[in-house]
Ligand binder design. Structure first.
Ligand SMILES: *[C@@H]1O[C@H](CO)[C@@H](O)[C@H](O)[C@H]1NC(C)=O
Length: 309
């Protein structure tokens, strides 16, 4: 300790260049982290996924309440989907199933696990169509959510979401299909269907789009088929029967992670990414296209549990 050192000689010049050189990867690293931390804070930076009004649990007498079912598959991928896809779902089914069952119980909705309806002749994702179809007799509305989704805000009710999407609370005079769109157009992973003749016919037509069926790919074709049907509706029919929510984060938020593809998407369509990226307070996290679904789900569930529940 106590003894003084001589002033060191001035550093040799090349050192500055080395420092500059070293700072480039550091800056690059920081700038790459930026989009993800900004997007994760979207809601506190002023993004509004729904019109601003308090979200209250529905308190109408039970005879007047809508009969709503949350429908999903609890299985972890299915035979035809290939090993890597099955692996990416591993462990998620339990977590997501418990999460959604808990939410449905708390809110007084039906919970339908449609696993037994899986048609082995098509990639499993197609079987959401007969699954939703089979619920329409017993419920006024069916809220379909893919196996890789979790509820991330238990304060928001499905009625709240529907009201935000359609702009009023007359749920019997509403469009029949309520969906969101992502950067690729409508997404068939999370949507609402009203029990009506139009819906039944739409689901039958959707199921009949057999030319879209694809095996052995990450895409099974059901999303493309839904998109095709919606694209081919007349403007009048579209207006009357389909509501495409402009804010994807209303009920179908995706995580954002640093990959080349997501950076390119962010640069090309910053608005779409802003509207669709998961931020704290969002209702549903949808791990569309992610490999490590379970880690993501566990991480985010832990985050919200620690802070809120
Ligand atoms: C779907 O296909 C079946 C069998 O070909 C047919 O009977 C039915 O009318 C079709 N439904 C619709 C809505 O296109």
């Amino acid at each position: 300790m106590g003894h003084r050192r001589r002033k060191p000689p001035p550093p040799p010049r090349p050192k500055r260049r080395v420092l500059l050189f070293l700072s480039i990867p550091v800056l690059l690293f920081l700038s790459l982290r930026l989009p993800s931390s900004v997007l994760r804070r979207a809601n506190s930076l002023g993004r509004r996924c729904a019109p601003e009004r308090p979200f209250l649990p529905p308190n109408a007498p039970s005879t007047q309440r809508l009969r709503i079912a949350m429908a999903t598959f609890s299985f972890s991928g299915g035979r035809e989907d290939g090993l890597s896809r099955r692996r990416s779902f591993e462990g998620l089914a339990d977590l997501a199933g418990r999460n959604k069952r808990g939410y449905a119980e708390r809110m007084g909705y039906g919970f339908v696990d449609a696993e037994r309806l899986v048609d082995p002749h098509r990639p499993p994702s197609w079987s959401k169509i007969p699954a939703v179809r089979s619920c329409l007799g017993d419920y006024d509305w069916v809220f379909w959510n893919d196996a890789d989704t979790i509820v991330t805000n238990f304060e928001i009710s499905l009625e709240n979401i529907l009201e935000s999407a359609i702009g009023h609370m007359d749920f019997n005079a509403s469009p029949d299909l309520v969906v969101t769109e992502d950067i690729n157009g409508v997404n068939a992973g999370v949507f609402f269907v009203r029990s009506s003749d139009w819906s039944k016919n739409f689901l039958d037509m959707w199921w009949n789009q057999t030319s879209f069926i694809q095996f052995g790919s990450t895409k099974s074709g059901d999303n493309a088929a839904m998109k095709h049907l919606i694209d081919n509706l007349s403007p009048g029919e579209l207006q009357e029967h389909v509501s495409i929510s402009s804010m994807q984060c209303l009920f179908n938020s995706y995580p954002w992670s640093l990959t080349w593809r997501s950076v390119i998407r962010l640069v090309c369509s910053p608005h779409a990414i802003w509207r669709g990226t998961y931020s704290k307070g969002d209702f549903i996290l949808h791990l569309a296209g992610f490999d490590n679904k379970k880690e993501w789900a566990a991480k985010i569930l832990q985050e919200i549990n620690v802070e809120k529940l």
